[in-house]
Design a protein around this ligand. Structure first.
Ligand code: NAD
Length: 247
């Protein structure tokens, strides 16, 4: 019998569930019968059968309140997918201190606050899985992504610390490291380029597999890490990038 998500009757929280990768993770969980709380600043786009909760993951009080509500309405959380994140297109010189803080508030503080909110119940039950969404940007330097690369590197390091800290308590913590994924976010980035079609071709050209990833492919990797099939995996970063970091 499966003890963790995805499976019937289990409970998961997905942040950033209103779009892209988080939306797909939520869909896969719901299809398996898992009850899902969809946390997002704008949860209106989340799959219908999820419990939508409007929350900014960088707001400590709001995150704590949201997890209390999930506990009251769905029960103990088996798995947290801390997936909400924002981008930033600037090198060190162009990145203002305010921009740096904004990116870290969502991408790093948000992941920390969600772990902090979910861990007490996981420790009490001596069971739970956390899957954070990092990025290949946390592993390699990408041009014009100073704050973003640093924030995702922090997510990878935080993932390892949590994994080691709670390995003896029945809790696993891993992260996914997607490459360039054709989500609404990347679509917006391409639309903003002077020549969107050329920008898409450039992004595809750096992919050894010759195409961008899909949110669905990334979601499947996240679900795998949450499942019992990954019972011996903790503290790792699963790279889903079409070979970009291997090149
Ligand atoms: N798309 C890619 O190429 C790619 C690559 C590597 C990593 N990632 C990571 O994957 C995650 C999801 O990205 P996506 O491509 O699906 O983006 P997306 O913009 O399509 O979805 C992100 C969701 O997060 C929500 N969100 C943003 N800030 C929030 C906040 N403060 N609190 C709560 N929700 C918030 C947004 O409303 C949105 O619904 C991010 O962490 C991103 O860094 C994406």
């Amino acid at each position: 019998m499966s003890t963790q998500v995805p499976s019937k009757g289990r409970v998961a929280v997905v942040t950033g569930a209103g779009s892209g990768i988080g939306f797909e993770i939520t869909q896969l969980l719901l299809a398996a019968g898992t009850r899902v709380a969809a946390l997002d600043v704008d949860p209106s786009g989340a799959p219908e059968s999820a419990l939508p909760l409007a929350v900014d993951v960088s707001d400590a009080a709001a995150v704590a309140q949201a997890f209390d509500e999930v506990q009251a309405r769905l029960g103990d959380v088996d798995t947290l997918f801390a997936n909400a994140g924002i981008g930033s297109t600037a090198d060190v010189l162009a990145c203002s201190p305010e921009e740096w803080d904004r990116v870290f508030a969502v991408n790093v503080r948000g992941v920390f606050l969600c772990a902090k909110a979910v861990l007490p119940a996981m420790l009490r039950r001596r069971r739970g899985v956390i899957v954070n969404t990092a990025s290949v940007a946390g592993m390699i330097g990408l041009r014009d992504r100073a704050a973003y690369c640093a924030s995702k590197g922090a997510v990878i390091a935080f993932t390892k610390q949590v994994a080691v800290q709670y390995a003896g308590d029945g809790i696993r913590c891993n992260c996914i490291c997607p490459g360039t994924v054709d989500s609404p976010w990347v679509g917006r980035l391409m639309d903003e380029a002077p020549d969107p079609a050329k920008r898409r071709e450039e992004l595809i050209a750096r992919q050894p597999l010759g195409r961008l990833g899909t949110p669905h492919e990334v979601a499947q990797a996240a679900i795998y890490l949450a499942s019992d099939a990954a019972a011996f995996i903790t503290g790792s970063g699963l790279v889903i990038d079409g070979g970009i970091t291997a090149a």
